[in-house]
Design a protein around this ligand. Structure first.
Ligand code: ADP
Ligand code: TRP
Length: 325
């Protein structure tokens, strides 16, 4: 089964990304699938218009995914821009994509509502995403709920292409919606997201993580009084990281009274560190060795490009686009 997913290098990785995406990628990798994971830097360019920022994010995502466990001997791990054919396919798809299909996409509307400038790349984003997926003849695409509509657009484009140019030329992919993972709450109780500045980042120094956790807002119930775990932002994060048994112990301590929020925050700091320390160590190791990271991306890019070129031969032939290479 060919599995493919893209990760936008448009911010720093956080616990929401880990529980809501990275863990599932690793699980699919461990089950012996033919996984392709790539850093979607062409997509990030729709919102990041600063050279250094885009380069830094791209590097951090590459090292971050490797540190957390993407294994280049098992998965093809690469950069979007190492397969330029994907832009060619996006253009070909643009020519068969009805405007109405893109006009209905809520992600575009949401981004514009957030104040991001309405450039053509942002509008055409789902077409490039369809090319990303279809160029590798992918069967399964693990994505968060927010990407469901883009997957529907991808399927519509693949079906339309096959209807116009020849049945079964392109694989129509299936989404694999990562929905069993509840939305990871941020430090302010909203969905953890880089846009809300409420994240616990995977790779910032430990003392900063501690400071952020110790500053989580809690209510002013006096120490002796019972407290409600289900409305507490700290407990929401404990639930993500602690064993069931420990969660129940904390629940009892909340409801019995006599527990200070400082205690549970300190435990949260420990739990976050237990999870992140091995990733941070690996990250630091890889950061010192940029050549190895670049070699991994280059090798991944080569493999991905070979697959992409096979699809492009089929596509060019079917559409009548002639080339001399
Ligand atoms: P952000 O909201 O910080 O911009 P992205 O949209 O870049 O995050 O996230 C990439 C993927 O990470 C999403 O498609 C989703 O699968 C996952 N993800 C991000 N934040 C969360 C969260 N708070 N809870 C669960 N999953 C999340
Ligand atoms: N749009 C996806 C996101 O924001 C990233 C992405 C780009 C992607 N191309 C893809 C995901 C192809 C899956 C398949 O999360």
């Amino acid at each position: 089964m060919r599995v493919l997913s893209g990760i936008q290098p448009s911010g720093k990785l956080h616990l929401g990304n880990y529980f809501g995406a990275m863990q599932q990628y690793l699980e699919l990798q461990s089950k012996g699938n033919d996984c392709y994971y790539f850093i979607a830097n062409y997509h990030a360019l729709t919102t990041v218009n600063d050279r250094k920022t885009l380069e830094d994010y791209t590097r951090e995502i590459a090292i971050g995914y490797l540190a957390v466990g993407i294994d280049p001997t098992k998965s093809v791990f690469f950069r979007h821009s190492d397969v330029p054919e994907v832009c060619e396919l996006a253009w070909i798809f643009s020519c068969i994509t009805p405007m109405g299909l893109l006009e209905r996409c809520v992600s575009y509307k949401d981004k514009v509502a957030q104040g991001i400038s309405a450039n053509h790349g942002l509008f055409a984003y789902p077409v490039l995403q369809a090319a990303d997926i279809i160029i590798y003849q992918s069967n399964l695409v693990p994505v968060g709920q927010d990407q469901k509509q883009h997957l529907e657009v991808t399927r519509d484009i693949a079906i339309k292409f096959n209807n116009i140019f020849g049945e079964d030329l392109l694989v129509v992919p299936e989404p694999y919606i990562i929905s069993d993972v509840a939305v990871v709450p941020g430090l302010d109780g909203q969905k953890m997201s880089k846009s809300y500045d409420n994240t616990i980042e995977l790779f910032t120094p430990k003392n900063q993580t501690k400071k952020k956790i110790m500053r989580i807002e809690t209510d002013s119930t006096p120490m002796e009084d019972p407290k409600d775990p289900d409305t507490c932002r700290v407990f929401a994060l404990i639930k993500l990281l602690a064993t069931k048994e420990e969660q129940n112990n904390w629940r009892d301590r909340y409801t019995q009274g006599g527990m200070g929020y400082g205690d549970v925050k300190k435990r949260l700091v420990e739990l976050v560190n237990e999870l992140l320390d091995p990733f941070r160590d690996k990250f630091a190791e890889l950061e010192k060795d940029p050549d190895t990271v670049e070699d991994i991306l280059r090798e991944g890019g080569k493999k991905a490009r070979t697959t992409a070129q096979e699809t492009m031969e089929i596509v060019r032939k079917a559409t009548g686009i002639m080339t001399n290479y």
